[in-house]
Ligand binder design. Sequence first.
Ligand SMILES: C[S@@+](CC[C@H](N)C(=O)[O-])C[C@H]1O[C@@H](n2cnc3c(N)ncnc32)[C@H](O)[C@@H]1O
Length: 214
Amino acid sequence: MLNNEKLQAYIDGLFADRNDLFSEMENYASEHHVPIMELVGIETMLQLLRIHRSKRILEVGTAIGYSALRMAAALPEAEIVTIERDIERIQIAKEFIERSGKAEQISLIEGDALEVEEDVRKHGPFDAIFIDAAKGQYKKFFELYAKYLTAEGMVVTDNVLFKGLVAEEEIESKRTRNLVKKIAEFNQWLMSHSEYDSVILPVGDGIAISKKKR
Ligand SMILES: C[S@@+](CC[C@H](N)C(=O)[O-])C[C@H]1O[C@@H](n2cnc3c(N)ncnc32)[C@H](O)[C@@H]1O
């Protein structure tokens, strides 16, 4: 298996340096324990979005705006609609978005993703949806927003391998066990979905790529 930490560090080292703002955001996330997408995961997703030429993207889970701003930079023509419910993170995301000079490309919807469908609908349809919020709710996010995908639409879901725990038989912590069970159920559901072709890539924390069947 071509998958180990040494190799990962080698690949990470080959990615181009991020600009000062992105480096500052990466440091902020690390210092304040804000979970942002892993480097190889986001680079993989950005490449997919470039190939797909996504023009309108919905993100569930903004955090401090890192992935939204990376998408805006990689796809200068795209409009990013991103949802976040944590008030503190919303404030930080707004500040970073303002400083980036990309505010016109990004619409931040404040609130619980399961309660802001009306707002989101006004921005659709979307070429791509990126799900990166509460892991126990992935199926709900997918079911709620997949209807706003274009015919060629794609869904990217992060953390589907959850640090490899989905493949573990025994997990001590009950809370983690329950969460892993939900992710594993989501993976099963997604991989056997009659309307989507999906694949799970073991990059970053595991990303699922789902494409609407024709
Ligand atoms: C993993 S972080 C997102 C990281 C971001 N996509 C990045 O890579 O830069 C997940 C975020 O989703 C938010 N979140 C979780 N459940 C949510 C929900 N139901 N509605 C809106 N935001 C939610 C959390 O507050 C958290 O900030």
